[in-house]
Design a protein around this ligand. Structure first.
Ligand SMILES: [Zn+2]
Ligand SMILES: [Zn+2]
Length: 78
């Protein structure tokens, strides 16, 4: 098995293994965990609080912001 120093397929993702498989594996795992966490929670655009993406998609902000808005905003009357 040959290692191609500096020829890592995840270098563009920030891998600094330079062909060191142990470093590469560790880095790959860290990136995978970071991605999994990012998929779980995303920062609310208003308060930066980690929020499930579903809430951001549904309301555009986190539960706390939504509650605050619904308290401060009068319901619109047409
Ligand atoms: Zn690598
Ligand atoms: Zn918020």
């Amino acid at each position: 098995m040959t290692t191609n120093a500096g020829n890592c397929d995840q270098r563009h993702l920030g891998c600094s293994c330079r062909g060191d498989l142990a470093v590469h594996e560790r880095g790959a795992q860290e990136r995978a965990e970071a991605r999994a966490q990012a998929a779980e929670l995303a920062p609310c655009p208003e308060c930066d609080r980690p929020t499930p993406p579903l809430q951001l998609v549904t309301w555009g902000n986190c539960r706390a912001c939504r509650t605050a808005h619904s308290r401060t905003q009068e319901p619109l009357r047409w």
